[in-house]
Design a protein around this ligand. Sequence first.
Ligand code: COA
Length: 262
Amino acid sequence: MSRQYTTIKVRKEQTTAWITLDRPDKLNAINSTMLQELSEALDTTEKDANVRCAIITGEGEKAFSAGADITELHKLTQETATELSTKGQQAFTKIETLPKPVIAAINGYALGGGLELALACDFRLASDHAKLGFPEMKLGIIPGWGGTQRLAWTVGVAEAKRLIILGDNVKAEEALKMGLVDKVVPQKELEAEAEALAQRLCEFSPAALKYAKRAINSVTQSLLESGLKKETEFFAQLFSAKETKEKISSFLSQGNKKEGDL
Ligand code: COA
């Protein structure tokens, strides 16, 4: 765990690896470097026999992650959008297929790519002020890092359509009712709750955890794989449309949407 990262922080607490998205001034927006570093940190977590569980969270009190870095989306072509979608899907599939349980400790906004990341985790704990949603439609695009698939598998097709197509955001308590998160706790207790869940998991046999996770993942695996390919194709196609560029430019020039929009 000695590698120095620039967009994430990694620390080990006993047998748990804490991976913290670390761009708080940008609400932990996920850029290409962060995807790469996250992927490397997951490889290290997998290889470290002393680590039995991972927790992913965001730096600061405001955001888990406000999603893909919109300044990078602005420059995409259909070809580079395919690459970005594939890269994000691969990083998040690495979370899903890690042979160790991964907990998302959602400490604030989990929007777009931030929610896609959380959906790839095995357990989701949310602070009581968390807000979750998919604002992509406002930018003329769709989620491209597995969100169209994993959201539907997690909360059902009807709720997935409400969140993705209508762009409705949900507060933590509503997210709990719809099964999008497993538990809601006061912000100041989030870290301790995540740690306690990790400790509980660390008591189980690593082999049993690995096989339980693999067996349950196999329920969705083949459909998920084909769905992810379609998602990439459709996500990328939208970047050839003039309207997409206009919407993203307008979003960037007007400044981001404020609280009232969520
Ligand atoms: N990509 C890049 N930068 C982002 C970002 C994103 N997804 N989300 C937030 N930021 C940056 C802002 O540009 C701002 O940077 P600046 O201080 O250099 O101007 C900083 O993070 C703080 O965000 P700000 O908008 O000032 O905070 P807020 O409390 O007023 O609003 C949100 C919070 C989440 C409502 C708002 O940031 C937002 O709508 N973000 C975009 C969410 C989104 O569409 N995500 C999906 C992308 S596909």
